[in-house]
Design a protein. Structure first.
Lengths: 274, 274
DNA sequence: CTCAATTTGTTCGTATGTATG
DNA sequence: ACATACATACGAACAAATTGA
């Protein structure tokens, strides 16, 4: 048995779907450029070590998706205008997070059996006595890309019920006076869509998703905001500035030394150490 | 047509695999608790609106994975010791990154046609004149979980060729004197495995993966280290302290006021340069 | 202990989908 | 396009183990 068929065998997914997913990826990663003619059926047959019909089935899928178009006698070509992916930048700081969500387009979803309170891990603070539960779907260009399920401490909710009903909870929370935020963190893992999520995001059951959990802990150690956010995996991108901490320190230090001086330019001096 | 079968129809993946993935998720999210008896076949039949045999096939998959076990006449139960997933914490700062990889278990892979130099985007700095290309696979408990493809500037490589051959490039780089790091960032998106990656990581073709790109830019604006790292999606977890920037500022400000006080504990003083 | 209800395990027939040559 | 082989999915019927009345 050849190397490549061992890879296929690892999967229970039909061959032509696997082949399609590989070709789709080549287009997305610009390995196959827009407008370019892709390999001939014969070449693909040899490369993937599958029958011609299987290649054709894979190409059919991508044609339906608008990623390829074929012309008899000429060949198969990559579409000129591939869909843009990974447009949503996951926030990595409080300010960025509040900023990105402040003018989100979202639609509230009714939940039949709202959970009374969130289930917290040890490091996620203490439970508040009462929570409000809300769920909404985020849209871009009419396409859903995220589902947000929020547990908001009732005490916080009562401060501005109308605002919380109409606007993203976190941005309302950030604007409230007198709330001391002791901790705010977000964890991200990759999971797969359950039927409810798949329905809301209009993706396949079991399709990869990014599961984000965002917890805000107040000055007393109480988790006042607990959000489970699920994004389509092809919508999001994460950009981490590995030197951000150092940069922030420098900025503050500089500010401390020469008070009021701007942190100057886009470049930072940094790392001449070692 | 019912709601749920609409969801199924969106996918070309076999039904029993979809059902299995939903049930797997319930176990992972503790919706079904360890040791608990899950719904009977008849109930599951009704819930998923599929035939009994299909439910059985799904359960068979999870039994093979060690997540479920059934007993005739009693029922089907969630395993007591579900496999731990998401154990690898993706680093979000330079120090954490250097720290996590410094004693990695990895195996070098020979690459037939190493690319001459990386393809950089605008924000990723200037190309160095020459690069060395290396690829390795990272293991935990004999299981592969990551593939690292590194382009290292030749000028840097020559500083310590032996070290670079034997140890993770980034930790060697971090230890080199006189290298000024101007930028270091990492972007993460979710993709799907191509045949080569699937083979190396022993996952299905098209299975979800985390694609990380890590770029280090030196003082002259040259990208000296460009790594494409691919992780199995079920291996990694990302923890973001949203207040890290603010915290770092505070820390430095405090240090500025009371000069010379050690940053305490086993933590490296770090970045006290400049 | 037996009986009935419950629950998983197995098998058949049929129809359609997948993959090859 | 065709013939062949195997996988997927359904519904139904029956067998075997477990439980509790």
């Amino acid at each position: 048995m050849s190397e490549i068929s061992k890879v296929y065998d690892r999967s229970r997914v039909p061959l032509y779907i696997q082949v399609a997913s590989v070709m789709r990826r080549r287009i997305e990663t610009k390995h196959w450029l827009p407008g370019q003619k892709i390999s001939t059926l014969v070449e693909l047959e040899r490369e993937f070590e599958v029958a011609r019909v299987t290649i054709r089935q894979a190409i059919d899928i991508l044609r339906e998706e608008g990623l390829l178009h074929s012309q008899q006698g000429r060949g198969t070509f990559v579409a000129e205008t591939p869909v843009s992916r990974y447009w949503f930048k996951l926030a990595t700081s409080w300010d960025a997070l509040v900023d990105t969500i402040k003018d989100n387009v979202l639609k509230r979803i009714k939940v039949d059996l709202p959970p009374q309170s969130p289930t917290l891990r040890e490091e996620e603070g203490e439970l508040a006595p009462r929570y409000i539960f809300m769920r909404s779907v985020q849209y871009k260009d009419g396409e859903p890309y995220g589902v947000v399920s929020v547990h908001l401490a009732d005490s916080v909710y009562r401060r501005a019920p109308d605002d919380f009903r109409q606007h993203p909870a976190l941005s309302v929370l950030a604007g409230l006076k007198g709330i001391e935020v002791q901790e705010a963190h977000q964890t991200v893992v990759i999971g797969s869509a359950d039927p409810v999520t798949a329905g809301l995001l209009r993706i396949e059951l079991g399709a990869p998703i990014a599961e984000c959990r965002c917890v805000v802990i107040d000055g007393k150690g109480v988790a006042v905001y607990v959000a489970d956010i699920i994004y389509r995996s092809d919508a999001i991108k994460l950009h981490i500035d590995l030197l951000a901490g150092a940069r922030a320190s420098l900025r503050t230090a500089a500010r401390g030394r020469a008070k009021g001086r701007a942190a100057g330019g886009s470049q930072v001096p940094l790392r001449s150490c070692n």
